[in-house]
Every structure is written in structure tokens, then in C-alpha cells.
Design a protein around this ligand. Sequence first.
Ligand code: PMT
Length: 397
Amino acid sequence: MNTLDNKRIVLGVSGSIAAYKAPDIVRRLIDLGADVRVIITEGGREFVSELSLQTVSKNKVHNNLWDKDAELAMGHIELAKWADVIIIAPASANTIAKICHGKADDLLSTVILATKAIIMIAPSMNQQMYASKAMNENLRILEARGVVNIEPGSGEQACGDIGEGRLAEPIEIAHQAANLFINNLLIGKKVLITLGGTIEAIDPVRFISNNSSGKMGMALANACVNSGAKVTMIIGSISTQIEKRAKAIFVTSADDMYEAVMDNIENQDLFISCAAVADFKPAKVSQNKIKNNTNLESIILSKNKDILESVCKLNSKPICIGFAAETENLISNATEKLINKKCDAIVVNDVSNREFGLNSDNNEVHFITSKKTEKIDKNSKQIIAEKLINKIVKYFF
Ligand code: PMT
């Protein structure tokens, strides 16, 4: 099943009678797993209430480029950066003409101009307007720029005319958005991914762990499934939703993760080691809870097995992609790990920056192979994951 899990969608509602269907579009997008924010134009407000849109999206509706309060919360540039996809539905003739000519005279057109997100438009207008030369040329220009046209349906229109120009059905709009993320890049391939943090027990109640949320690894699992792969996830401690289309194996410690990886590595084509595996564990785990009056001054640690390095040493090893969590000298430290662990590529992220990396929805990474280093600018973990899969396929498959 196609999903929009972890996808951030801005729905732009412009002035067309079909705007009354916008709450249903929001609901269909949310049903597929998307997080939805709505921008409504002045024309759109004539046909649908902001309250309905706010209620179904569970977020404030954005309507004004000059709203100081909104700018303080999520400003228009931030909204443009936040979105993975912007869907204008319904897209009126006027809004289509405005984005075609790069105008920025209201919030929606300004966000469109300021975004790197995929843009989809679902035209909705009178059949004669839709058939006009101007509209056809505008649509051709937008298509040439990569804007995805969700074609309108045909039939009786609100004005009584019969013809093409009726807004596509809400469910169809949601499915076309989900289809954007489907491809055949990893069709027939088997992928094993580790994700989340490991938990190393000190005694029955205390442990050593880290802040990994599992979001980066889960986004990779989602991107691999969307690319046609059969995915197995070895999951440590996480605080994110599970990709239901992949096989999930839950583990606690680094030792458990090692066992689970080794049990499942045979016949895998790709191994992605995204887990934040503890390098050390307490050398001895106390069977009973250590009393607080114990004179405990230090805990002796012993080294955990390196899972990634062990997989890279296998005779019939899959393509191995490591992650490097660094706080300084990102490229040189990660390159050292690439060489020492003998993996095919390593993805380095800066975990000292709270805006991305560990336990954040966003990331910014460098993809490093023995030949090349390529930066992937800050974006949602989902988009970073999709870009990484594109690179992995380009270089190794
Ligand atoms: O989970 P999130 O909150 O979304 O955050 C994502 C992340 C920051 C955890 C992720 O992007 C990341 O960087 N994962 C690797 C964390 C890490 O352990 O990095 P490292 O530099 O210590 O290890 C290098 C590589 O060796 C990693 O691929 C790691 O999985 C692997 N390793 C490390 C130690 C060990 N004993 N076994 C291993 O396999």
C-alpha cells in the first residue's frame, strides 16, 4: 500500500467552488500518514471555512503574508522549507497563472516561489476556461518546470456546463501524492537496516543508552520499501512510528543487535547501519539493583563488538553503508571510519547541532565514498533518506 508516512504536505486552497472539498483532501492525506498544513487564498476563503480546515488538519490555517503572529510561529519561508510536497487543490485559473509568472503577491504564491518542495496542482475551473489557450500554455510551462499536474475530471460542473475542469477526487489527489514516492530503484533487492539506540544494562533498572529516536533509520526503511525492496529492520530503542510494510525485529543491547544482524544478513543485497550502537557496555551486569548506599565510584566497561565492521568482513558481504555521528572534523573523522570499517560508503551527520541529526525530524549529511564526498543540504529525514537511496543505487547497483 502507498503511504505518506512522515511526509509533510502543504495544501494550498485557492478560489474555486471545489474548495468545499478541501477538508476531505486534508483528511485523505492524513489517512495516508501525512502531516498537513493548509494555506488558503482570499478566493479560497469565499468557498470554505478556515475552521473546518483547522479542525481536520489539527493545525492553524495560514492565510496572510503579512500576519506578524504567524510569522513568529511558522513564517512563510519556514513553511516553504518545511514542506516535502505542496499541493494546490483546488488550483484556480488565477492561481495557476500567478505561479506560472512567478508572482508573489499573497502567501501561497510566495511560498511556492520560496520552496524546493515538489509542487502539484489540481486544476478546477469552468470547462471553457480550462480549454483556453492561455490555460493550456500556462500548464505546459509549469509541467516543463517539473510541476505535477493532477488532471481534472470531466462531467457536469457547478455552473451547469459539461466538460473537463472538475477537481480530481480527494482520494485520487492523495494517492497521486503518495505515488510520487514510489519507484523501482530497489525492486527485487533485500535490505537490512539497523536503527535506534542500544541499551546496555548496569543492573535490572539502570542502563547506558543514547538519544537516537530511530527516525533516520525508519525514513530509510520507508524509502527502501517505496523503492520496491524487501526490508528487514533491526530496531533498538526508538521513539518514532514503525514502518509497517517492513519486517521488524526488536532488540535491546548491542550484543542482541549483533546476533540479530548476523542471523539475518545472509542473502541481503544492502546493509545500512544507522543504529546508534553503544561502543561500550558494563563489563559486569549486577543481578540485583545496586543499593544507593553502595560505595560505587566507577563502572568498568568493556567494548562491544562492532556490527558494521563484522558485516563488512563477511565473505559474501552485501553493499555496506555506515553512518558516522560526529561533533567535529566531520569529513576526516567519517573518512577514517569508512577506511577502518571497510564499508562501501559512510553517511556523516553532525550530532552537536540540535537543529538536525540525533533525535530531530531533520538532518544534513555528507555521503562519502572512497572517490567522492557529496553534501545533502538540511531537509526532513524522509527527503534525506530518499536522496541517500538515489545515491546508493547510482553508485552500487
Ligand atoms: O535515530 P535518530 O534520532 O534519527 O538519529 C540518527 C542518527 C544520528 C543516530 C544516525 O543518523 C547516525 O548517525 N547513526 C550512527 C550512530 C553511530 O553509532 O555512529 P558511530 O560513528 O559511533 O558509528 C559508526 C558506524 O558504526 C555506524 O554505522 C554504527 O551503526 C556502526 N557501529 C558502531 C558501533 C558498534 N559497536 N557497532 C556498529 O555497527
